[in-house]
Design a protein around this ligand. Structure first.
Ligand code: TYD
Length: 136
């Protein structure tokens, strides 16, 4: 079920006067098994994170608190997705260049990943990313 474009995933949401509840199950709401979870927080105003591509890793990015933008670059074209609800996630297939910016105060970006951390899976140079895309 590998896809080539980012996809907004509308997660289940149980509205409750005691507080809302959202959940996610691997292979059901996302097409991969969750191998790793990390989160980005305490981002100072104006800072960017995650400027790179992954060769293999798939991920789901959720604005667990606050808001931020995910900017996906396809060579010359870009797509900006603003996340500001904890019941939406952005599914990112492998082979896309992305970065996160415009973090609101106290925002938390939760990332569910299909792989263990491996620096070898990163493409951190945009020209190398373009060459990689030309090859696959
Ligand atoms: P990185 O993904 O490179 O963040 P950014 O692209 O925003 O700079 O992560 C920063 C560092 O954190 C990375 O060099 C190594 C470490 N790291 C881990 O050890 N394990 C992880 O799962 C992640 C995501 C990062």
């Amino acid at each position: 079920m590998k896809q080539h474009l980012p996809e907004l995933v509308n997660l289940p949401k149980f509205d409750d006067p005691r507080g809302n509840l959202t959940f996610i199950e691997e292979k059901k709401h996302i097409p991969f098994k969750i191998k790793r979870v990390y989160w980005i927080y305490d981002v100072p105003g104006g800072q960017n994170r995650g400027g790179h591509a992954f060769r293999e890793q798939e991920e789901l990015i959720v604005a667990l608190s606050g808001s931020f933008d995910i900017v996906v670059s396809y060579g010359s074209a870009t797509q900006r997705v603003h996340l500001n609800r904890s019941y939406f996630g952005l599914y990112m297939p492998p082979g896309l260049w992305r970065h996160m910016e415009n973090f609101s105060t106290n925002s938390v970006a939760l990332v569910l990943s299909s792989t263990s951390y491996s620096e070898d899976d990163y493409i951190r140079d945009f020209d190398e990313f373009l060459r990689f895309k030309a090859e696959v």
